[in-house]
Design a protein around this ligand. Structure first.
Ligand code: ADP
Ligand code: MG
Length: 390
């Protein structure tokens, strides 16, 4: 087992977005210094970190500089090239490993891994070239065509109903000179969506958060509710067991999130996974005694992992850049006072300088003694901000 990294050491993170920022906050709370590698000089995490290495993920000079200051390194998103993590691992401990991240980076590899673990996923076909495009079974239509790599927040996806639409969408995703491999997934009849976050240590110990129920709008997470209002105990147990198995069989170290669909017939289907804390786990900062970022730090430094306990019911609302454009024209800051006055309100803003449509600017978590009270406050916030209710 890896040795405990004592506070005072520097922990590194690949990527400087909001997930890295919240990791930095948790690491600093435990007395660690931090280093962020991100090319953007205004990155949300770079602004709050002891060290900010401004470089691309594959720049050898940047990686060497990161390894030189860090006792251990993690990542904030799956699109950091796995090769960069593998290179770093030659000079310092890296968790999760490049090998585990490589599986999460590729939708086809990810689905193959679910199936290896005995966890069902959507019927699908890998389309790597125009020949395979012509051979796709009509059973997969209507479906969703997704690029196997680099997709997030509904980007790199198209809904298709006919072979002609499929062909047009596939050609639209191809860039000149190289072919982009895609997965066509059957469109499933969803009842609702959930996610499970687990943390696994180098010693194989694994803990999990309560199951989150998630509402997406336009492919982007909009609302997370914990406890999950529509979930049966049986499906909850299944989902947690599936996530733990998925993590263990990757020999995973760190925080892993698995997204699932619950279908109209009540069955459970794995959608995708993220090798890091997840937007649907942000509520854990305010509603649990240990957050997903605390566990990311613990797993990275080989500290014991303790089972998180939700001490409050909660509802999390994502705050997208769209809110800044509610009145058209120039962006204006939403009237936060109207939401800060609500009971159990926790406002998190990521320090992004520019609001853009669809950009995650922050989130709001409402904690309360009961799910109904948390929902009431969140619905009032939706009213105050002009967000649709849920
Ligand atoms: P992303 O990486 O952008 O989060 P996902 O694969 O999770 O991509 O898809 C985004 C959302 O699209 C899902 O949360 C779900 O609402 C919807 N979706 C994706 N795949 C399917 C499917 N096979 N059937 C029905 N809905 C789907
Ligand atoms: Mg998703």
């Amino acid at each position: 087992m890896t040795a405990f990294v004592f506070p005072g050491a520097t922990l590194g993170v690949m990527g400087g977005g909001q997930l890295a920022r919240m990791f930095v906050h948790a690491a600093q709370q435990m007395g660690y210094a931090t280093a962020v590698l991100d090319a953007d000089e205004n990155s949300p995490a770079g602004c709050v970190s002891h060290h900010h290495i401004r470089s691309g993920y594959l720049d050898p000079a940047g990686l060497t500089a990161l390894a030189a200051v860090c006792a251990a390194v993690t990542t904030e998103f799956e699109n950091v090239p796995a090769a960069a993590l593998q290179d770093l691992a030659a000079s310092c401990p890296v968790a999760p490993s490049g090998e585990a991240v490589a599986v999460c980076q590729d939708r086809a590899a990810e689905k193959a891994h679910f199936l290896r673990c005995g966890v069902p996923c959507a019927p699908h076909a890998l389309i790597e070239n125009a020949m395979q495009l012509g051979k796709v079974s009509a059973d997969l239509l209507p479906g969703i065509l997704k690029t196997t790599r680099m997709g997030y927040d509904g980007k790199g996806q198209a809904r298709v109903s006919t072979q002609a639409e499929l062909s047009a969408a596939w050609h639209g995703m191809q860039s000149a000179g190289s072919s982009t491999s895609c997965v066509l997934e059957k469109l499933l009849p969803l009842k609702f969506e959930i996610s499970v976050i687990v943390a696994r240590g180098a010693d194989g110990a694994v803990v999990h958060f309560p199951v989150q129920q998630n509402l997406h709008r336009n492919g982007i997470l909009a609302v997370t509710q914990v406890p999950a209002p529509d979930l049966t105990v049986e499906v909850q147990t299944q989902a947690i067991a599936a996530a733990e198995k998925i993590a263990a069989s990757l020999n995973y170290v760190g925080v892993l999130c698995v997204e699932f669909f619950v279908l109209q017939d009540g069955s459970l289907v794995a959608n995708e996974m993220a090798p890091r804390p997840h937007n649907s786990g942000h509520y854990s900062i305010d509603a649990c005694d240990v957050s997903q970022f605390d566990l990311q730090v613990r797993a990275l430094v080989s500290a014991p992992l303790i089972a998180p306990r939700a001490h409050s019911a909660s509802v999390m609302l994502n705050l997208l850049g769209d809110l800044w454009f509610a009145h058209g024209g120039e962006p204006t800051e939403p009237d936060w006072v109207k939401v800060l006055v609500l009971p159990g309100a926790h406002l998190h803003l990521y320090g992004k300088t520019e609001a853009r449509t669809g950009r995650k600017m922050g989130h709001l978590t409402f904690t309360a003694a009961t799910p109904a009270l948390a929902r009431d406050a969140a619905l009032q916030a939706c009213g105050a901000l002009g967000l649709p209710s849920f």
